[in-house]
Structure formats: structure tokens, C-alpha cells
Design a protein around this ligand. Structure first.
Ligand code: SF4
Length: 501
């Protein structure tokens, strides 16, 4: 299954939620899919996690509202989940840490087990799924998730989630899934259902109250984020847009009309004046699209306004919205224009009326994206190659041995390494330090890097240190997992599922 349409060319990045994940060039994700660089929003984050500070979290969609909520103590939520198809490993630890971090920063935290997806997309038996579920949840608790404050659920046991999935399914169709995921006539129906279930997962934290929600994911999961943001939008009763005259314009057309409005600088500007201006100054862009609309509107004055579009509202809700708008307004078939509200106030009003009339009022979910970890043997980290990754259940001695046998970014001889320095940026062992072993200690991570590239650090000693730290981490983590067994037993979650296949 491929994301982004089957039209992906040789230079395109393909994102496949169920494929084996790797991304060679993260910058392409910014250009191709509109993922934004995390560095741009980092200064707004009050107390950034070390994975954010070190660039492991490299991208985001719309993280600004989450950063604002943290700074202002406003409600927000975090949700992530795992498909229980194998043992939890150090890659999963990153996601868990990001949930725990947001929980500690005041967010409502949700951790889900994507068991329906594991069964339908990967074909695992329920007995296997149950076993992996228990292992994931023990690591989740051992890594600091607070189950008293947060919610843990299995997709298969959550009726509210499944009801929401059913409703969202009414907004989605097969052609979209085909374009987004490459589904075809052979795709089983449960797999399609598992997609809408994941859409419901992403919006689940907002079922009781709309709030900014962040989903930490790998970039391969971005198709789900785009689809969920779309579906959230489609369920809304009202759309809120800027407008300049009574006709509808798309976002690109609005930019042109705004440019004409700003350039002409006359209180009495008419649509025909804007058309003349655009013909003269922006003929290429304005072309066939906006000019006919402006010509058609002729002498109608151009006046900036905020427009409420009736999308899914009942007649009653639309009437209630009209009544609730203070100040000058104009009511048209299917939309209302308002001249005294700014866009934020209009959004708030639209959501308030929607919630008052039985709608969800969803806020488009945000996401943050982690870099993939390189496998210890070089190439991709893969659950099917045990030496390439470290399971959180690995015996500490095995963890030690795997790190000791890892590929490095070292030179061919100690002499060369002293002269040229190591290639830390290409070294899976250095990744282990930054992603995990250095923990909160930025100074230590920097020291390893500088000593490596400066030629003071040689790979033998560096790996020994990393291997010892890994063994310590595994020992400590596994002790905590054991302590969490009675806590897990007390939780309202069935480890043994009643499903059979
Ligand atoms: Fe990697 Fe350490 Fe060798 Fe540098 S010294 S290349 S960080 S193993």
C-alpha cells in the first residue's frame, strides 16, 4: 500500500503506514506533504523534551496550539498507540516518552492498543495480540504513564470509539482510501474498517470536549493524520473563511483579491476595479479563475468579512448561528457574512453553536514526527531482524552484546579516527546516545558527539560505554515492568480478548 497516490515518482517519498518504514530525505516531507520543521515551533514550547531539543522530533503539523495550551495551562490532549504485532522495542520507547512528557505537561493522555488493526491488516491471531498487548502495557506503565490520570484502551473493547468510527466512516469513501493507501479490490473490509477506527482513535480525546490534541507518530503514519484532519473538518457544521464579496472564492483566489484590495487602497473599491488591477499586475495567476467572478460581480463593493458556510448544520443550528452573530451581518443561501467579528471569534462562535446543537466541534488534530532509528546492523531497524534492534524485553546481557556488535561511523583504523574524527552523524551507536542513553543530559550527548568528530573518542571504548548503559537501562526497565504487573491487573482493561479468529 502506498500513500500519496500511485503517482509517486522516483524523487517522491512514499509513506506507507503498513509498509517497512524508512525515509531517506526528511526535507522532502516538508515540501511534498506540508509537514513543517519542528525547529520553527520549538521556541514556543515551554519545557521541550530532550527528543525535541535534539531534533529526533523533526517535524510537526499544527503543533502551535499545543505549545500555546502548555504555556497557558489550557486543556489539551495527547494520544498515541501501538499495533501489538511484536515485542515493544526502543523505537516504541520514544513514542511512550512523548505521551508521558505531554501528560506531565498537563495534557489528558491516551494510550491505545491498535488490536483491530493488528488483526485485520497484519493477520495476527487474537492469542498473539493479547500476549503482545500485555507486554506493551507493562512497558508503557514502567516508562511513567499515569493510568489514574490518563486512559488506556484497546480498540476492540471500546464501544464509544467504534460508534465514532461508524460515524466517521459515513464521511469517507473507497476512492479516498485507494488514493491515500493504495487499497484495491483485494483489500479486506476489516482493513478499511480499521482505518476509520484509527481516524476515530485520533479524534477520540475530543469526544467529551473539543481540545487541541497532538498525536506523536512516525512519518509513515502521516497519511492517517491528513485523513483524520480532513474528516474532522468534514464533520463540522460550519466552515469559517475570509471573504471579500458575496461570491465564493478558493484560498488562492482570496489571496489575489486581498492583494488587489491592499494595492488599490480606496474605501470604495469595486469588484471590477480589482479585476482591472489583477489583469494588469497578476494576469498569469488570476487567469481564468478569479477574473470571471470579479467581472460578474461588477460594481459590488469589496469589503473584507468573515464568512460562515453551512456545511452539515441543521436548519435550527443555522438559524441559531445567525441569531448569535452580533453586529452587521448578511444572510445568503448557505452562508452568512459578518463584518464585526475576527476569524478567531468566528471560529469560537461556530464551535459553540455546533456543540449546543449536538455536533462534535472537532479541532483538527496536530501531530509531531520522529525520525526513524537506524538499525544496529546498519540500514533499517526491523523487528524481523533481532540484531538490528533492541527489544525492551531483551536480556540485559543480550542488549549489551547487540550494542557491542553494532555498526559504527568509525574510520578504518584508530590512527585515521584520531586524525579525521568519527562520523557520528552516520553512527547507530551515536543515535543510541541521543535517542536514549544520554537521557536528559544534553551535555553528555554533546560531549560524545564532539569527542567523536574531534577524534578523541574511539569506537571500542564508545561502544563499551554505550553497551553498559544499555544493559543498565534494560535491567532497570525490566524491574519496573515487574513492579507494574499488579498495577496492570487492577486496570479496567481486558488482556484476554473475547474475539477469535
Ligand atoms: Fe560512533 Fe562512538 Fe565510533 Fe563515534 S566513536 S563513530 S559515536 S561508535
Amino acid at each position: 500500500m502506498a500513500d500519496g497516490g500511485s503517482a509517486a515518482g522516483a524523487d517522491d517519498v512514499t509513506l506507507d503506514p503498513w509498509g517497512s518504514a524508512s525515509v531517506d530525505d526528511y526535507r522532502k516531507l516538508f515540501e511534498q506533504f506540508g509537514i513543517e520543521a519542528f525547529d520553527d515551533v520549538l521556541p514556543q514550547v515551554p519545557n521541550p523534551h530532550y527528543l525535541m531539543r535534539r531534533g529526533v522530533v523533526f517535524g510537526h503539523r499544527d503543533y502551535g496550539p499545543i505549545a500555546d495550551a502548555m504555556a497557558n495551562d489550557d486543556p489539551f490532549a495527547v494520544l498515541s498507540g501501538w499495533m501489538p504485532t511484536g515485542d515493544p522495542h526502543i523505537g516504541h520507547k520514544l513514542m511512550i516518552e512523548e505521551i508521558v512528557y505531554h501528560q506531565q505537561q498537563g495534557g489528558d493522555a491516551y494510550a491505545l492498543v491498535a488490536d483491530l488493526e493488528a488483526n485485520s491488516a497484519r493477520g495476527l491471531s487474537w492469542a498473539e495480540i493479547d500476549r503482545h498487548t500485555e507486554e506493551y502495557l507493562l512497558s508503557l506503565l514502567a516508562l511513567g504513564f499515569d493510568p489514574e490520570e490518563g486512559e488506556i484502551y484497546r480498540q476492540s473493547g471500546n464501544e464509544r470509539l467504534q460508534n465514532l468510527a461508524f460515524e466517521l466512516g459515513a464521511e469517507a469513501n473507497f476512492s479516498e482510501m485507494q488514493a491515500l493507501y493504495g487499497f484495491d479490490g483485494e483489500t479486506n473490509i476489516s482493513h478499511m474498517q480499521s482505518v476509520v477506527t484509527q481516524m476515530a482513535d485520533i479524534l477520540y480525546p475530543q469526544l467529551d470536549e473539543p481540545k487541541p490534541t497532538v498525536i506523536p507518530v512516525g512519518p509513515d503514519q502521516d497519511p492517517h493524520m491528513r485523513f483524520a484532519r480532513d474528516l474532522a473538518d468534514r464533520t463540522r457544521y460550519f466552515g469559517v473563511t475570509e471573504a471579500y464579496a458575496s461570491f465564493e472564492a478558493d484560498p488562492a483566489e482570496r489571496v489575489l483579491i486581498r492583494a488587489a484590495y491592499d494595492a488599490i487602497d480606496d474605501d470604495d473599491i469595486r469588484c471590477e476595479d480589482a479585476a482591472d488591477y489583477l489583469r494588469e499586475h497578476h494576469a498569469d495567476e488570476a487567469g481564468t479563475s478569479v477574473l470571471p467572478k470579479l467581472d460578474n460581480a461588477g460594481k459590488e463593493p469589496i469589503r473584507p468579512r468573515v464568512r460562515f458556510l453551512d456545511r452539515n448544520a441543521t436548519d435550527e443550528a443555522f438559524e441559531a448561528l445567525i441569531d448569535a452573530i452580533d453586529g452587521e451581518k448578511r444572510v445568503f443561501e448557505g452562508h452568512v457574512d459578518t463584518f464585526d467579528l475576527d476569524a478567531d471569534a468566528a471560529e469560537e462562535l461556530a464551535r459553540e453553536v455546533e456543540l449546543g446543537h449536538g455536533g462534535y466541534g472537532f479541532i483538527a488534530p496536530s501531530s509531531i514526527y520522529n525520525r526513524f532509528m537506524t538499525g544496529l546492523t546498519g540500514g533499517k531497524m526491523s523487528s524481523s531482524i533481532p540484531a538490528s534492534h533492541i527489544s525492551l524485553l531483551d536480556d540485559p546481557e543480550d542488549g549489551y552484546d547487540k550494542v557491542k556488535s553494532a555498526t559504527t561511523g568509525g574510520r578504518t583504523s584508530a590512527k585515521e579516527q584520531r586524525e579525521l574524527g568519527g562520523k557520528a552523524d552516520e553512527c547507530p551507536v551515536y543515535e543510541l546516545y541521543t535517542y536514549l542513553l544520554a537521557g536528559e543530559d544534553d551535555e553528555f550527548a554533546t560531549e560524545v558527539y564532539e569527542e567523536c568528530v574531534g577524534g578523541e573518542r574511539l569506537c571500542g571504548g564508545c561502544k563499551e560505554q554505550a553497551a553498559e548503559l544499555m544493559a543498565e537501562f534494560l535491567e532497570d526497565h525490566q524491574e519496573k515492568r515487574e513492579e507494574m504487573r499488579p498495577v496492570l491487573e487492577e486496570l479496567d482493561i481486558d488482556i484476554e480478548s473475547p474475539w477469535r479468529r
